[in-house]
Design a protein around this ligand. Structure first.
Ligand code: PMT
Length: 402
């Protein structure tokens, strides 16, 4: 729905993944978008302009002018016309030229003239993608506020397997839809998010931890970044990667490390969403050597409390800063969550219960109730963590405009 009437410049470069551009073009048109294809000379070796002009109903632009009559193709006009530019597939070569302003083809001049947001879907071999030169160029494009649609991991044209496959057209469309449906409502806002578990070391091979996968916190980071926020995501050990270019990820392991990073930057933040499952206790002693098993004696571990990150932020919070916390409960859910909301001076708390199937740790879904300081509450049905994240960010937006 949100792509209806949108004017999209689709840039296609010389990659085997160019065949997916035909599906992407058709899907955009089905969504009601108007598509203008711009191809590099190498792109035309992989998919013919005839296919794409038949799908879009417009001649494909590839050269600076038409050879037989000298008609000039204005990249400046395309830059003003578009609501978004997507470069899919984007080769290492095109990414390098974009990062360094090497305007030797129509696609790059169009990119350099583009006033609309630019989405880039890299496609290349895993080693090319991992090369420091490619990564440096991608980071440069991120610093220009371009949106990188991370490649997927899978089988590549080279017969190798790894990260480098252009993301599927349906996923590219989904990311565009999220961008257009949410707009830039959090633009210029700085949002801090904690995610995942913390690990509290016992000895070199063991730790005390919990089952948090980071999925809820990462979904929140993507939701905030999609609405234009600059996000700092401070995460415990998880097996996830960030997609949006406006997310700065900081990895930590223990509650103490998370505490240091969070309190170090909180004063510059507009919003903090504390989704991490922080260990409440850590071992008093870290044994440098692996603790040996004793057959007959029980093992006793003395624990001491970790700093409470949420409560610390609640104490130093300035007027205008918003803090949202989470509570994962097993019993007396609302009473316990409401107690944490007040004790930690939060603006609202998101309750999820281990008693609801599909909610809490590790699942792709969650079922939440949001509790407010005036004792009001909002119940939500079971939804994907992406949708839950958007519900939570809607609440934050409401508080920001009050
Ligand atoms: O990561 P997933 O697998 O997707 O799972 C998501 C989740 C279940 C971890 C998440 O939805 C969630 O509920 N996170 C908070 C879990 C929790 O530890 O709640 P708590 O009741 O112990 O803590 C209350 C609040 O204080 C939380 O915002 C927590 O981040 C914060 N806290 C707790 C302890 C501490 N030392 N410092 C804190 O900041």
């Amino acid at each position: 729905m949100s792509l209806k009437g949108k004017k999209i410049v689709l840039g296609i470069t010389g990659s085997i993944a160019a065949y997916k551009a035909a599906y992407l073009t058709r899907a955009l048109i089905r969504k009601g978008s108007e598509v203008q294809v711009v191809m590099t000379p190498a792109g035309k070796e992989f998919i013919t302009p005839v296919t794409l002009s038949a799908l879009t109903g417009k001649p494909v632009v590839s050269e600076f002018f038409t050879a037989n009559d000298g008609t000039w193709h204005s990249h400046v006009d395309l830059g003003l016309w578009a609501d978004a530019m997507i470069i899919a597939p984007a080769t290492a070569s095109t990414i390098g030229k974009m990062a360094n302003g090497i305007a030797d083809n129509m696609l790059i001049t169009t990119y350099l003239s583009m006033k609309a947001p630019v989405f880039i879907a890299p496609a290349m071999d895993l080693d090319m993608y991992a090369h420091p030169s490619t990564q440096r160029n991608i980071n440069t494009l991120k610093s220009f506020k371009n949106h990188i649609i991370e490649p997927a991991t899978g089988f590549l044209a080279s017969k190798l397997e790894g990260k480098g496959r252009m993301e599927e057209p349906d996923e590219i469309i989904k990311q565009l839809e999220i961008f257009f449906s949410k707009g830039d409502s959090l633009s210029k806002k700085k949002v801090l998010i904690t995610a995942g578990p913390t690990y509290e070391k016992l000895d070199p091979v063991r730790y005390i931890g919990n089952y948090s996968s980071g999925k809820m916190g990462f979904a929140l980071a993507e939701a905030c970044a999609s609405r234009g926020a600059d996000v700092v995501l401070i995460t415990g050990p998880v097996n996830l990667s960030v997609k949006h270019s406006s997310i700065q990820r900081i990895n930590v392991e223990s509650a103490d490390q998370m505490y240091q990073k969070v309190t170090g930057i909180f004063q510059d933040m507009d919003v903090a969403i504390l989704c991490a499952a922080v260990a409440d206790y850590k071992p008093v002693v870290f044994s440098k050597n692996k603790i040996k098993r004793k057959e007959k004696e029980p093992m006793l571990i003395e624990l001491t409390p970790n700093p409470d990150i949420a409560a610390t932020l609640g104490k130093i919070k300035k007027k205008g800063q918003i803090i949202a916390g989470f509570a994962l409960e097993t019993d007396n859910e609302e009473e316990n969550a409401s107690g944490k909301l007040k004790k930690k001076n939060l603006d609202f708390i998101v309750l999820n219960s281990m008693n609801d199937s599909g909610a809490g740790f590790k699942t792709d879904t969650n079922k939440i109730t949001i509790l407010f300081p005036d004792n009001s509450k909002k119940d939500f049905p079971l939804k994907s963590k992406t949708d839950v994240a958007n519900d939570i960010v809607d609440e934050i937006e409401q508080l920001l405009i009050q």
